[in-house]
Design a protein around this ligand. Sequence first.
Ligand SMILES: Cc1ncc(COP(=O)(O)O)c(C=O)c1O
Length: 483
Amino acid sequence: MTLSNAYRDFITTFPSYGATYAVDLLRAQEFSRLDEHGHVYLDYTGGCLYPLSLVQEHAALLEASILGNPHSQNPASQASTRLLEKARADVLRYFRADPDEYLVIFTANASGGLKLLGESYPFSSGGQFLLVADNHNSVHGIREYARRAGAAITYVPLDPDTLRAPDIEPYLAHPGDGGSRLFAFPAQSNFSGVQHPLRWVELARAYGYDVLLDAAAFVPTNRLDLGQVQPDFVPVSFYKMFGYPTGIGCLLARRQALAKLRRPWFAGGTVKLVSTKADLHLLASGQEAFEEGTVNYLGVPAVSAGLRLLDAIGIETVHERVLALTAYFLDALRALRHSSGSPLVHIYGPLDNAQRGATIAFNLVDAHGDHFPYQQIEAEANTANLSVRAGCFCNPGAGEYSLTHTADEVRRCVQLAIPDGQIVPTAEFDLHRFHQCIGDKPTGAVRISFGLASNFADAYRALNFLATFRDRPARHDFTERGC
Ligand SMILES: Cc1ncc(COP(=O)(O)O)c(C=O)c1O
């Protein structure tokens, strides 16, 4: 079927896509380089592409301004401070967060915000860190702070088919003995696209938990309204939302919850006073106690411009478009079959659009039921000028549940792949042996995600590419790569 015929069928089935025409204009104005290079970009969960005007607008601002380190009081410094505070206010406004309730701490990325929280959270024996298995490694890493402090670490498991979590109330109701409790979940999985229920926020708070809502994979194509739902801590990375600048994220934090945190050290910019002779320090208040050193004061003004761009196009419009593409793509993936009638695609997670975002993980299976190595699919996609993501996407929990790796299997195979079998984080590790030991099960997947500049042609070309695997045998000579 030609692209135009396929588009006609698509728009008949998904007429709401027609109302997102503004994104086609945006694509033509801001991302024409994609079509000029014949490039199909499908890794928006990895990072959004930068719109041309954000780069140009930022360059123009820098050309016209005199911006100094905001920690001083001179005119150049004051100019930076004004832009910094404007960006802070813009972030609060964009997320509809009440400034009396929330603060914005600028960080290098979402992981930076998560680390600030992990190292400062008052974990203690008697306390708890509760998290769903479907989380990014930068959330899982917080468990090491919890462990060191003697807090209990509890995982909420996933259903291997839907990759959704079960009723979380029994987990929340687990009695502790009065220590602080933190509950963490992603608003949207960066592996499967599953959107976990935002009502968990209030539920967990009612059980006395502080709630960390990882919104990094959610906010690029969904509205997060902090007037409606009020998690205690929300990390985001701005490059995932509008592509430019990289190296800037923030932790949105409820003022009350922030007051519970204890900074493990101090740094330039985070203190009111330090004495070397009296060996004392007094921390600055609010976000200042967390913004270590000099913030990226030249880059932060570009955040205001990025939010303006999203407001102009409307995040709801982007949302409508990527969900139409996702529904179409899921249906088409399921329809891809070998001549024998056996399915070509094994999709991980939800097969329809209910409570999910525009991120789809899958593997290809040949007519004999053997998985094509994800590395083969990635390599061929590269040759066809398609940018997809392959591997485990830093989400080992969703990976283990979908690829059916058991705890015993993982432990045994990791032990086998370490020369002296001692599992310590610094051990030498032979990934190839590990994967050999895991055997026939896949050790990763392919991920396609739609975002700000996606259009129907991207989805169509990706499907045509995947269809080239029909009736071909899987190869077994690809070198494994770590997650
Ligand atoms: C859900 C989620 N959380 C956290 C992160 C970490 O973001 P960053 O690498 O920008 O710190 C990512 C990145 O992909 C993510 O998808």
